[in-house]
Design a protein around this ligand. Structure first.
Ligand code: ADP
Length: 397
């Protein structure tokens, strides 16, 4: 079966086209600057990248561009759109309605639409992507894979905020968690790497990218996670603050006279690595500046690592010990210094990193010292593969 995986954002669509027999990516690409006067398309086939520019009015036009690229690009990978046998869609917020991936029906679309208030930035473009794809490929199965699904087994003790209970009953205000596809994938890979069954395995997964989140995973299910009602809670991120005293928002309003939009922008777009360093949201830039003696860049790295360490400690307590701590995402996979900073000092808790292995790690790697009770692993994430697998399985039913 050949499966197209779609990740639709507000002004861009990322895609990967898989042949499931070998799980090989035949083509992948990005359509961006949708709605701007000049859009951009990049497609990669067999390591060869091709880029061109053209106006792309909306998601519907973008999806047509994707199918045309697959059919007519410099190295066409399909002869007709009929070769796309199923489409998998990343959907950020499934609320409490979805514990697993599902085939998209009218009822599923309605349920995703109903969660727009919970994810106003993410669900609307996800919906646009689904509608565009269904319009062009009406006869194939479309499958929704939710960022929230893996966390839906969390117990109420972990997902309830200590707010008036009616806010949960009436407005569904609770912890949902995100990056679920990534946490699920790397926790399963980690168990496999250690020769363990995921059904009897406890680990702490750290997804550190532009957005960052951690999960405590027991026996194949997330039992706690750092992101909350929205992806703002938890770790320090590129531009997001992560955890803070909620009263800071009232303080910003009353003392500085800021309105809700301005406060939202500070917490989501001007904080994190960018806010602390004053330089950049990008870990590489902040790391370079810190190495050159920039004090605030150094502070940003320290706060970032300290927050991860606090969550490791808390999730070791939640799980009553763990077999592994797993790092993934652009930072988790590539930044050994950050892995070391986040785990150093936890030796008494059985966590001991091997400096040499950690510095050399490429791809999947065990970077823990031989006598570390808790293994420290690096696992490159592959959310698209999980979406493709779920899609093929559901489409095949
Ligand atoms: P997203 O969450 O948008 O998918 P990524 O997972 O690619 O983002 O993570 C982006 C972050 O990873 C950035 O802070 C970037 O600096 C960092 N990063 C990516 N590649 C590397 C690398 N080779 N070395 C160090 N940091 C990297």
């Amino acid at each position: 079966m050949k499966v197209l995986v779609i990740n639709a954002g507000s002004s861009s669509i990322k895609y990967q086209f898989f042949t499931m027999a070998t799980e090989r990516v035949i083509a992948k690409g990005l359509v961006e600057r949708i709605g701007e006067p000049q859009g951009r398309v990049v497609q990669e086939v067999d390591g060869q990248k091709r880029e061109h520019r053209l106006p792309i009015a909306n998601h519907s036009a973008a999806f047509q561009v994707i199918v045309r690229e697959l059919m007519e690009g410099e190295s066409p990978v399909i002869k007709s759109k009929d070769e796309i046998e199923a489409v998998g869609h990343r959907v950020v917020h499934g609320g409490e309605a979805f514990k697993a991936s599902v085939r998209i029906t009218e009822a599923v679309l309605k349920a995703i639409r109903a969660r727009v208030p919970l994810a106003p930035l993410h669900n609307p473009p996800n919906l646009s992507g689904i509608e565009a794809a269904q319009a062009l490929l009406p006869d194939v199965p479309h499958v929704a894979v939710f960022d929230t699904a893996f966390h839906q087994e969390m117990p109420p003790t972990a997902f309830m905020y200590a707010l008036p209970y009616e806010l949960y009953e009436q407005d569904r205000i609770r912890r949902y968690g995100f990056h679920g596809t990534s946490h699920a994938y790397v926790s399963r890979r980690a168990a496999a790497m250690l020769g363990r069954l995921v059904e009897h395995f406890r680990c702490i997964t750290c997804h550190l990218g532009n957005g960052c989140s951690m999960a405590a995973v027991r026996d194949g299910h997330s039992v706690d996670t750092s992101m909350g009602l929205t992806p703002l809670e938890g770790l320090v991120m590129g531009t997001r603050s992560g955890d803070l005293d909620p009263a800071i928002t009232f303080h910003l309003a009353s003392v500085k006279g800021l309105d809700l939009g301005e406060i939202n922008s500070i917490l989501n777009r001007e904080s994190g690595l960018l806010g602390l360093s004053g330089l950049s949201n990008d870990m590489r830039s902040v790391t370079e500046a810190a190495a050159g003696g920039h004090a605030r860049a150094k502070l940003a790295l320290d706060v970032f690592a300290y927050r991860i360490k606090k969550y490791i400690g808390s999730y070791l307590a939640v799980l009553g010990g763990a077999e592994a701590i797993v790092f993934t995402g652009g930072i988790g996979e590539n930044n050994g210094a950050m892995r070391a900073a986040a785990t150093t000092g936890l030796e008494e808790l059985g966590v001991k990193i091997d400096a040499e292995k950690n510095a050399k790690a490429r791809g999947e790697a065990d970077v823990s010292a031989a006598d570390s009770r808790v293994k420290i692993l690096v696992v490159p994430t592959n959310e698209e593969l999980v979406i493709a697998r779920d899609t093929a399985e559901i489409a095949g039913k």
